[in-house]
Write a protein that binds this ligand. Structure first.
Ligand code: UDP
Ligand code: MG
Length: 323
């Protein structure tokens, strides 16, 4: 039997928590009954600096149910860091940890399969979506296109896998060795290696509350993913710069020939056109380079990636039974 930690980051999730706790506890108990889980397994909620009743609810559930624990982050640090905080808290207490979202959009019925694969010797088990039926056309095309672009850029991503995954204790310890501040977990985990496998599942709609990933956050997360793992955009810019320089030599030759043969036209269109084009390209290039410089800046500060304000820990089983 394995000690499993279910790690759930929560940001303003008061609407979904009651139902999530109900469903997940039922699943947890059935897994205990099937001997898939050790008694020291826990459901660990990470409150990512919520501004609603989320933490109060977690405290309440912790009092009612010894299997439920909570970690409160001092600030809202975003999904990836909240998850990391939970995983690192779990790392020394568990045999393996499974990360899932508070809205239970990812089908919890497949949790048994995760554990079975872990018991077969896998260190990482990726949850992979079977289809994207519940997504809008826009989300489906942009998400799938994104995985393809990332692969083209040389980033190893598991297609249609988000953050629903199991990691063994040693994979969790390995993850802690990746100290980056611009964290994109689904890109880092495949870098760790170890034996891995997949579990396929269906994804439901969020049953209450609204998505904490509006388009704006999604875009910045996507760009972060690219610039954290690939320097190809910089290389593309260099190639573009070389190409444009070559082309401009021909342009210059053409202009000189026209001038000496007396066919010089006013050339206003070409001049203005090239100013805009080159100006635009330069700005784009500077922006991309600036993006990387910005990353070096944030990485070089080496600030803590999260700070835990409070940890509601249940007693280990053995101590609890003592008089
Ligand atoms: N989340 C978080 N911090 C944030 C934003 C989101 O911990 O700043 C959590 C959120 O509570 C949820 C998970 O990340 O458990 C995924 O968020 P959501 O379901 O809103 O994303 P979506 O499923 O719409 O992509
Ligand atoms: Mg969701």
């Amino acid at each position: 039997m394995s000690v499993v930690y279910f790690v759930i980051p929560c940001y303003n999730e008061q609407e979904v928590l009651p139902e999530t706790v109900k469903e997940l506890s039922a699943k947890f108990n059935s897994m205990l009954a099937k001997n898939l889980l050790d008694e020291s397994s826990r459901i660990l909620f990470v409150d990512d600096g919520s501004r609603d009743q989320t933490w109060n609810l977690i405290e309440k559930y912790h009092k009612e149910n010894p299997y439920i624990e909570g970690v409160k982050l001092a600030h809202n640090r975003g999904h990836q860091f909240a998850l990391l905080a939970g995983l690192e808290t779990a790392a020394d207490r568990c045999d393996c940890a499974i990360s899932l979202d508070a809205d239970l959009q990812d089908d919890i019925e497949v949790l048994d399969e995760f554990i079975e694969k872990y018991q077969d010797g896998c260190d990482v088990v990726y949850g992979v979506r079977k289809e994207r039926k519940t997504d809008t056309f826009f989300k489906k095309t942009t998400a799938e296109g994104y995985y393809k672009i990332m692969n083209r850029l040389g980033v190893e991503l598991v297609f249609n896998h988000a953050d629903y995954r199991l990691m063994s204790r040693r994979a969790l310890h390995a993850l802690s060795e990746y100290k980056e501040v611009n964290l994109f977990l689904r890109g880092v985990v495949p870098l760790i290696g170890f034996r891995s496998d997949y579990v396929y599942y269906g994804r439901k709609e969020r049953f209450a509350g609204e998505s904490k990933y509006p388009l704006r956050k999604m875009i910045s997360f996507a760009i972060d993913g690219i610039t954290s793992f690939s320097v190809k955009p910089m290389k593309i810019i260099s190639s573009l710069g070389i190409l444009i320089s070559v082309l401009s030599v021909f342009g210059l030759l053409y202009a000189l020939i026209s001038y000496f043969s007396g066919n010089a036209v006013s050339g206003w269109t070409a001049t203005v056109g090239s100013i805009w084009l080159l100006g635009g390209l330069q700005m784009l290039s500077i922006g991309v380079v600036g993006g990387y410089v910005g990353k070096i800046y944030t990485e070089s500060k080496g600030r803590p990636r999260y700070l835990i304000e409070q940890f509601l820990e249940s007693q280990p089983e053995s101590e609890e039974n003592q008089p």
